[in-house]
Design a binder for this molecule. Structure first.
Ligand code: DUT
Ligand code: MG
Length: 241
């Protein structure tokens, strides 16, 4: 059984090695339909928090719960099925476009593949490929633009239909028109899910329900964009700086 998507951190402490704490007393609460963004300078602990959501490492102190259940009590395969990850550079393999999308759900039908591609806004460019969904991608999708690779990553995540999503936004610049297409696909993918974003673009941060500002492994501010702007603290500095 999959989790529904309530994610709670209670006073979580964590370090990759004994004696070197990287996250201090992290607390958060997220539920389906909410988007939580992590911001903060390099090394602040953004990726580390998402590593813990994935249970890639055991925590040192505190609790992480999914739907009220301790993360350590959840079966690995249930957790894997419940979490979708869209990374900066999603790996595409040598195979057809359809196979690359289906990787998110191996028993998906052709109809499901097309539905996911449409949701992701990928259907348009795929239709224009010489062999459509049967076009072969070689060398890690090298023949595709970066935006197109992102659209396939969104389609792959969509087909798996996970309640919880982790997005590590691309930093690299794509043109404005492509970015709008990617953003629209992403918005559709995020709908109704619990979403954690490592945000690099201010536009994404701004429309998050909660922005968590991290500094040296601590959450120093949290709130909506408007809350944090009014607070005139670190976020305000980042935003206006
Ligand atoms: N760290 C380790 N071992 C690892 C990964 C990270 O010791 O395998 C340390 C580096 C840093 C802290 O943990 O002091 C937090 O790193 P993280 O990768 O979470 O930082 P970030 O906020 O994601 O930084 P960036 O914006 O550079 O991705
Ligand atoms: Mg990181």
């Amino acid at each position: 059984t999959r989790v529904l998507g309530d994610v709670v951190f209670e006073n979580v402490d964590f370090g990759y090695t004994e004696g070197k704490i990287v996250l201090h007393d992290v607390a958060l609460y997220a539920k389906p339909g909410q988007k939580i963004a992590f911001v903060g300078s390099t090394g602040a602990g953004k990726t580390t928090i998402t590593n813990l959501i994935n249970r890639f490492y055991p925590i040192m102190d505190g609790k992480i719960r999914y739907d009220g259940i301790n993360i350590n009590k959840i079966h690995k395969s249930d957790l894997r099925q419940s979490l979708g990850i869209v990374l900066q550079d999603t790996h595409l393999f040598t195979g057809t476009v359809a196979e690359n999308i289906r990787y998110g759900k191996l028993d998906a039908t052709d109809e499901e593949v097309i539905k996911a591609a449409k949701l992701a806004n990928a259907d348009g460019f795929i239709q224009h490929l010489p062999e459509g969904y049967n076009s072969i991608l070689t060398g890690d999708g090298g023949s595709l633009s970066q935006g197109q690779r992102q659209l396939l990553a969104i389609a792959r995540a969509a087909i798996a239909n996970p309640p919880v999503l982790i997005l590590d936004e691309a930093t690299s610049s794509i043109d404005t028109r492509t970015e709008a297409i990617v953003q629209q696909g992403m918005d559709r993918l995020m709908e109704g899910r619990t979403v954690f974003v490592i945000a690099h673009r201010l536009s994404t941060v701004k429309n998050s329900d909660v922005i968590m500002v991290l500094e040296q492994g601590r959450i120093i501010e949290k709130g909506s964009h408007n809350d944090l702007i009014m607070q005139k603290g670190k976020y305000y500095q980042l935003y206006t700086g």
